[in-house]
Design a binder for this molecule. Sequence first.
Ligand SMILES: Nc1nc2c(ncn2[C@@H]2O[C@H](COP(=O)(O)OP(=O)(O)OP(=O)(O)O)[C@@H](O)[C@H]2O)c(=O)[nH]1
Ligand SMILES: [Mg+2]
Length: 197
Amino acid sequence: MKVKEVIFAGRSNVGKSTLFSALFKFEVRKGKKPGTTIRPNSFQVGSVIFTDLPGFGYVSGYSRNFSERVKDFVVEYIETNARRIVASVEVIDASSFLEIAERWEKRGYIPVEIEMFEFLNDVTPRVFLAANKMDKVDDITNLNKIAEMLGMQPPWEKWRHVIYPVCAKKGEVSALKRDLKQYLLSLNLRDAAKAFR
Ligand SMILES: Nc1nc2c(ncn2[C@@H]2O[C@H](COP(=O)(O)OP(=O)(O)OP(=O)(O)O)[C@@H](O)[C@H]2O)c(=O)[nH]1
Ligand SMILES: [Mg+2]
């Protein structure tokens, strides 16, 4: 059977590795220090590889050159493996997304997570957006603004098959887990369901 892959991508420190551990029985490195994941962390169950990719975007303490290289690496990794990637999970920090994105837009740049979301939609068949750190979001309607910035007309609830509010730290990931599992089953990747907690 041909190998398939599910990837997790997102800016550094948004909680990709924490989310990965909340969903799967397999431990990956995670830490307080941004930039903990410097190379892809993968495990395979049945015919599916699950990959936690390094975090892109500027991280204080590291040079811009370094963060650019990580982003290039992530993009290249996804392009190289595009044919076997069946799903991608973009993780954002819902508590800081708007502030960071608006700051970049004011300077005339496309925020890296918006760019990544478009890229993932172009090259992977299904994109799940994990809006993490919901414990730090006071106003749930922020999700409407986030949806809009990513090209999805509010209300965000219309996009429940795309946007998944989660709190990885507390293990509150049930809708994302259910739909990701369901999606893999719909592709007949039954073994992969065993990877989930
Ligand atoms: N408040 C809150 N903090 C979280 C949550 N999920 C993760 N964190 C914290 O965010 C920090 C970064 O988590 P990681 O999982 O290492 O983030 P990452 O995206 O894998 O980071 P890189 O590997 O550097 O790209 C850690 O201090 C986590 O404890 C969450 O749901 N809520
Ligand atoms: Mg990580």
